[in-house]
Ligand binder design. Structure first.
Ligand SMILES: *Cc1c(COP(=O)(O)O)cnc(C)c1O
Length: 425
């Protein structure tokens, strides 16, 4: 029976039978026991399914992966130890030394660096495009060795909305999959596969966990991209893998080829698996995701409307605001709300922004975003503090940009805290 998202949040992935624990157990074990040597051999040949070593699979991790897979509507999901690992694996699984890929330039700073600097050292090349450019200008960037296109449903920290359907069509026209980082929207507000996206990634550290207790990530495959149609472009999936007895992933695993390769090569060799304890905590968070997201959105909209009317505020970027240039796209992809993260600028200098933040009461200054507690970050004073105002603007970060992650406290208290901090500026 197909369940609704709210029910999947609670019951997905773990369905205990008679006498089994009602709550997902933490399988805190590196390894799993077998009775004959042949049983173990068949696992290593990928002929039987079963647990043998937690780097490759663990029952707690698997249950949580299954839940997220069901929420996104995929055919397979792999948990990773961070969102960074998820985005790296998602691309590197199909894009190796000598290959090229394209990404939106309004993406998370960590991903920007991963794609533009660290992966270059492994021999891939990445082109950054502005999603605001017209189709012809972006399409010029596709090359014969281009392997995928990447974007974020809602960009961190800017809050821009990615036109998933437009870029899915463009990617497919050029015979490559679209990968979307759906961290800020979560499947409660947007399911990118419904718009033609092929692979979804998450930093589960954010709303999915929702309580700032663990760092994690995941990669979900829709199973829709036809690798065999472009077999020359994706030899890793469509030709025999010598490190697995000459097995060909697309032939042996059908629409599970991409995730099976990701586990049996990248997880095997690079090993960014989450601890079962962390997956347990993530699962607790997921059980209330459908309750928290609407409240984050409701609170953030009220705060954004209040900021917009405030004489001390220079500008506000929140796609839920009718005045926002991304409002139409937000309505198309996320009619029930986008997320709790607002970007805004205070009139005045960097020092004024610092004074404002120092005056906050329960709203805390943290690097984190997207959890139950309202928090702020000022990139110019924190993550990007070595840069001059000019360098900041070049990097697409306004010197006065304050990232406000609106939590699920009472919204009147959130606004009162912002008000008293502004009064003291
Ligand atoms: C935080 C974040 C990441 C990185 O995730 P970590 O879990 O911190 O490694 C990637 N993408 C987006 C959109 C993020 O917000």
């Amino acid at each position: 029976m197909d369940k609704n998202l709210e029910t999947i949040c609670i019951h997905g992935g773990w369905e205990p039978k008679k006498g089994e624990p009602q709550m997902l157990p933490i399988y805190q074990s590196t390894t799993f026991r077998y009775e004959t040597s042949d049983q173990m051999a068949r696992l290593f040949d990928l002929k039987d399914e079963g647990y043998f070593y937690t780097r490759l699979a663990n029952p707690t991790n698997d249950a949580v992966a299954k839940k997220i897979n069901a929420l996104e509507g995929g055919v397979g999901c792999v948990l990773t130890s961070s969102g960074q690992a998820a985005n790296f694996y998602a691309v590197f699984n199909i894009c190796q030394a000598g290959d090229h890929f394209i990404t939106s330039n309004t993406i998370y700073g960590g991903t920007f660096n991963l794609f533009g600097v660290t992966m270059n050292k492994l021999g891939t090349e990445c082109t950054f495009v502005d999603p605001e450019w017209d189709d012809a200008r972006i399409e010029k960037e596709f090359r014969p060795n281009t392997k995928c296109f990447f974007g974020e449903t809602i960009s961190n920290p800017g809050g821009n909305i990615f036109d998933i359907e437009r870029f899915a069509k463009m990617a497919h026209k050029h015979g490559v999959p679209l990968i979307v980082d759906n961290t800020f929207a979560t499947p409660i507000n947007c399911r990118p596969f419904e718009w033609g996206c092929d692979i979804v990634t998450h930093s589960t550290t954010k709303y999915m966990d929702g309580h700032a207790t663990q760092v994690g990530g995941c990669v979900v495959d829709s199973g829709n991209f036809d690798w065999e149609k472009y077999a020359d472009k994706y030899p890793g999936l469509c030709t025999p893998d010598e490190s697995y007895h000459g097995l060909t992933y697309t032939k042996a695993f059908g629409n599970k080829a991409y995730t099976t390769k990701l586990v049996s090569q990248l997880m095997r060799d690079l090993g960014s698996i989450p601890a079962p304890q962390n997956s347990f905590l993530l699962n607790l968070g997921l059980e209330t995701l459908h309750l928290r997201m609407p409240r984050h959105c409701e609170n953030a909209l009220a705060v954004a409307e209040w900021l917009e009317k405030n004489p001390k505020v220079g500008w506000v970027n929140y796609a839920g605001l009718k005045s926002n240039k991304y409002y139409p796209l937000a309505q198309k992809y996320m009619p029930n709300g986008t997320c709790g993260v607002i970007a805004f600028g205070l009139k005045g200098t960097r020092e004024d922004a610092i004074k404002f933040m120092d005056n906050l009461d329960f709203i805390s200054i943290v690097t984190h975003v997207a959890d139950a507690r309202t928090c702020v970050l000022h990139p110019a004073s924190h993550t990007h503090r070595q840069m001059s105002d000019e360098q900041l603007r070049e990097a697409g970060v306004a010197p006065d940009l304050v990232r406000l992650s609106v939590g699920i406290e009472n919204v009147n208290d959130i606004i009162a805290d912002l008000q008293q901090a502004m009064d003291k500026m």
